[in-house]
Design a protein around this ligand. Structure first.
Ligand SMILES: [Zn+2]
Length: 140
């Protein structure tokens, strides 16, 4: 449906205009901060530039948009239904790059966690995954 595509493209443009500090990322950051783990933003020297990194733990979190990274079995994400020649190679490249980045990080001794945008909306699920990844809060 042409309307779906233009909506996706519109929200993509919007998020580009707002820059790196898109809202789900802020929610994620706020939660990680509340746990008391020391983190840095945007690991610029690391493969894939993870959104949040924990240098002392060698752990990195990616926040992925469900459409752009084609979150499987996701209610927010969906495959484009038109302009397939445009979308499919583009989305496929993104997914391949994601895999390469995670592999490259692993080689460097880093552990990675991918948080999907839709998970931020179900906060408890996201919090559980992050706690398992990082270990318990340092504030309690
Ligand atoms: Zn999703």
């Amino acid at each position: 449906m042409a309307d779906t595509i233009s909506r996706e493209r519109r929200s993509y443009n919007m998020s580009r205009i707002r820059g790196k500090d898109t809202e789900p990322e802020l929610v994620l950051r706020k939660f990680v901060f509340s746990l008391g783990h020391r983190y840095r933003l945007h690991g610029k020297n690391l493969p894939g530039k993870p959104d949040i990194i924990f240098p002392s733990k060698k752990k990195a979190i990616f926040m992925h948009g469900c459409f752009w990274h084609q979150h499987e079995n996701c209610s927010v994400s969906h495959q484009p239904k038109s302009n397939l020649d445009y979308w499919m190679p583009k989305l496929k490249r993104t997914i391949e790059r994601d895999k390469e980045h995670i592999k490259a990080l692993k080689k460097l001794g880093w552990k990675t966690l991918v948080i999907w945008e839709c998970e931020v909306e179900t906060l408890q699920k996201m919090e559980g995954r992050i706690l398992r990844f990082l270990g318990p809060s340092k504030n309690t």
